[in-house]
Design a protein around this ligand. Structure first.
Ligand code: GRF
Length: 194
C-alpha cells in the first residue's frame, strides 16, 4: 500500500519531527514525511529536515492575521500533496478554518496526560500538584486547544528530585516513541478500505 503523506508543523527544535522522520525510515512504517513547515524561519528543525532531504516551508507569522497566515500554510501543505498534518511543537494556535479543513486528519503531541494540564508549563504544573506520574498524549486536533480525542498516552514516573527541565527531558523520550507509533496506527486506521 502507498505510504500516507505527512506534513509536520514545527516552531523550534523539532525533536518530535525528527523522531517521526526516523520512524518513517523503517520499512514497515505506513507514512512518509514529505514536508516540514515552520512559522519561524529560524526554527532549528528546518536545518535537520533539509539535511534529511525533506522539503521545507518557512514563513514568519509576524504581522499577519491568523486566518491569513493559516491560509498560506494550508495552500503550501496542499501543494505538497500531504494527506495528514502532524503538529510537533507547533506553538501557535490554529484558526478554526484551518482546523476545519484538516478535521480528522491532523494530530498533535502534548506533554501531559490529557485531559490534565492543557496549554503551557505542563511539567511545572504536574510537579506543583504532587502528581506521581507525568507523561505525554497524542490526540486528534479539534477547535478546542489540546482537547481532541486521545489516540495514545505514555506515563512517565516523577522522581523525587525532578525539576520541570529534568522531567521534560524524560517525557520527551516518551514523546518520541509515542508519537511515531500513534501516528502509524492513526494513518492505518484512516486509510481508505480497499
Ligand atoms: C514537546 O514537548 C511537545 O510535546 C511540545 O513542545 C515540545 C516540542 O519539542 N508541544 P520538539 O520541538 O519536538 O523538540
Amino acid at each position: 500500500m502507498a505510504k500516507a503523506r505527512i506534513a509536520v508543523l514545527i516552531s523550534g527544535r523539532g525533536s518530535n519531527m525528527a523522531a517521526l522522520v526516523y520512524a518513517a525510515k523503517q520499512p514497515d512504517c505506513p507514512y512518509e514525511i514529505i514536508l516540514v513547515a515552520a512559522n519561524d524561519p529560524e526554527a532549528a528543525g528546518l536545518q535537520f529536515a533539509t539535511a534529511e532531504g525533506i522539503a521545507t516551508f518557512a514563513h514568519s507569522h509576524k504581522g499577519m492575521k491568523r486566518a491569513e497566515f493559516d491560509a498560506l500554510l494550508d495552500a503550501e501543505i496542499r501543494r505538497s500533496g500531504a494527506e495528514f498534518v502532524a503538529l510537533a511543537g507547533y506553538m501557535r494556535l490554529l484558526s478554526p478554518e484551518f482546523v476545519g479543513k484538516w478535521e480528522g486528519r491532523m494530530v498533535n503531541i502534548h506533554p501531559s496526560l490529557l485531559p490534565k494540564y492543557k496549554g503551557l508549563d505542563t511539567h511545572a504544573r504536574a510537579l506543583a500538584a504532587g502528581d506521581r506520574f507525568a507523561g505525554c498524549s497524542v490526540h486528534v486536533v479539534t477547535a478546542e486547544l489540546d482537547d481532541g480525542p486521545v489516540l495514545a498516552q505514555t506515563e512517565v514516573a516523577i522522581m523525587p528530585d525532578d525539576t520541570p527541565d529534568s522531567l521534560a527531558a524524560r517525557v520527551l523520550i516518551a514523546e518520541h516513541q509515542t508519537y511515531s507509533r500513534a501516528l502509524a496506527d492513526f494513518v492505518r486506521a484512516s486509510a481508505p478500505k480497499a
